[in-house]
Design a protein around this ligand. Structure first.
Ligand SMILES: Nc1ncnc2c1ncn2[C@@H]1O[C@H](COP(=O)(O)OP(=O)(O)O)[C@@H](O)[C@H]1O
Ligand SMILES: [Mg+2]
Length: 253
C-alpha cells in the first residue's frame, strides 16, 4: 500500500472555470492494489479532480504522469486507451438495454455473415457473463432482461463490468458508488471494490460516507476548498480527524 511506484500521479494541478478556481495546486497518486478515497464537502473539487484524472477535463496548470512519465490526455478516450476508466455517480447505464448490451454499448462486437456485418450478440453475452463472474463474482439470474429490472447493486456491477471488461484496465475511478444504494446493496458494492483491489487495480473512490471510506480504503485524500487538506493512511487516522480535515479545524499531522 503506497509502496513502490504509482501507476498515475498528478502534480500541482490547477483548474479554473472562468473566475472560479476549482482546484489549486493539488497532488494525487494512485498505486496498484490500493483503494484511495477522496473525501470533502460539496464544491471541494473532488469531481473536477477525477475528471482531470480521467481525461474529461484538461488542467489549467500542472502535470500528470503515467508510470512516472509525462502523460497528456485530450479526452476520456485517451484515458481508456491507457487503462484508466471511471464509473460515474449517475451509473451511465441504459435501463432498457440488457447487461451485455450495456457492457458493449458504443463498442459492440460484430461478426461477418455473407459479407454483412452483424451484431455478435452471442459472444457479447458470453463475455459479459465471464466478466461479471470472473472479475466481480456476480452471477445474474437472467442475462436477457432490461438492466432496469436488476437490483441497485447488480446495476452497479454492470456499470463496473463495463470498465473492467478491458483486461488492461489499471485505474478505476468511482464517484459516489454507493450514494443511490440501500445498506445491503452498499455492502455488495464495497465487496466489489475490495475484489478489484485484490486484482491489483488502483481504485479511487469519491464518497460522502466515512463509514464506507473506513471500510474499504487504504489512504484518504481530503479535499477542502479546491486544495488538498492532507492525505492520511486509513489505518492511522480516525473518523474525527478526517472530519476535522474536511471542515478545516484539523490539519494532517
Ligand atoms: N463545469 C464547471 N463550470 C464552472 N464551475 C464548475 C464546473 N465544474 C465544477 N465547477 C466548480 O468548481 C468547484 C468544484 O466543484 P466539484 O469538483 O464539482 O466539487 P465536488 O465534486 O467536490 O462537489 C465548485 O465551486 C463548482 O461550482
Ligand atoms: Mg462531485
Amino acid at each position: 500500500m503506497g509502496d513502490g511506484n504509482p501507476i498515475i500521479s498528478m502534480h500541482g494541478i490547477v483548474k479554473k472555470f472562468g473566475g472560479v478556481v476549482a482546484l489549486n495546486d493539488v497532488d494525487l497518486a494512485a498505486y496498484p492494489g490500493e483503494v484511495l478515497a477522496i473525501v470533502g464537502d460539496n464544491g471541494a473539487g473532488k469531481s473536477t479532480l477525477i475528471k482531470i484524472l480521467t481525461g474529461v477535463y484538461q488542467p489549467t496548470e500542472g502535470r500528470i504522469e503515467l508510470d512516472q512519465k509525462p502523460f497528456e490526455m485530450s479526452n476520456h478516450s485517451d484515458a481508456i486507451e491507457n487503462g484508466i476508466d471511471a464509473v460515474y455517480q449517475n451509473l451511465a447505464i441504459a435501463d432498457h438495454l440488457t447487461p451485455a448490451e450495456n457492457l458493449f454499448l458504443g463498442a459492440e462486437l460484430t461478426k461477418s455473415f455473407a459479407g454483412i456485418e452483424l451484431l455478435d450478440n452471442k459472444t457479447m453475452k458470453e463475455q459479459a457473463i465471464r466478466v461479471l463472474k470472473d472479475r466481480l463474482g456476480v452471477q445474474l439470474k437472467s442475462m436477457d432482461v432490461p438492466t432496469e429490472s436488476l437490483s441497485g447493486g447488480q446495476r452497479q456491477a454492470v456499470a463496473i463490468a463495463r470498465a473492467v471488461r478491458h483486461d488492461d484496465l489499471r485505474v478505476l475511478v468511482m464517484d459516489e458508488p454507493t450514494a443511490a444504494l440501500g445498506p445491503q446493496e452498499t455492502a455488495r458494492t464495497l465487496d466489489l471494490i475490495k475484489t478489484l483491489k485484490t486484482q491489483g487495480l488502483a481504485v479511487i473512490v469519491i464518497s460522502h460516507s466515512l463509514d464506507d471510506v473506513f471500510e474499504i480504503s487504504d489512504r484518504i485524500h481530503v479535499q477542502r476548498r479546491g486544495q488538498c487538506a492532507g492525505v492520511v493512511k486509513t489505518a492511522e487516522t480516525t473518523n474525527e480527524e478526517v472530519l476535522g480535515m474536511i471542515v478545516g479545524t484539523k490539519t494532517a499531522a
